[in-house]
Design a protein. Sequence first.
Length: 171
Amino acid sequence: MHDALLGQALVEEATKKSGLIWVRGTTGPARALWHAWHDGAAYVVGDGPGEQPLPGLADASTAEVTVRSKDKGGRLVAWTAAVTELAPGSEAWEAAVAELKGKRLNAPDGEHMTERWARECRVLRLEPRESTTEHPDGSLAAVPLPTPATTRHPIPAALPRLLFRRHRRAS
């Protein structure tokens, strides 16, 4: 019983302090998601235009959550979550959105954000079920997800000389 209470406390404190959690639903790789901790669970919003994708999570009943250390970036705790979707406009949805709204950075429609979330996004509650602080064998490193982001052109050949020349003049 004592270990279970310590595990719950570690999950709550680590998740509250971490800006991102790594979540893996029933399909696909784990993804870094921003979240808000409220009422004993982590809440995420996504699957809408301009919001974080939630592939394999929105239709899942459980998910694996990994919480990293805010200062060192290493894995602190992993926990299994029960996933439930909140109905827009419900009391639980309003409370969760109030917390999420304060964490959302650079929203394109700041004052109308919650209305857009109600229309176009999903708000999910990730409630901890079991946790572990044991470190697994291996690195858990994954292949980076495909992205359309690329470097368009190589740097100009003269750029290193220009930068070096500036550095010599400043000396």
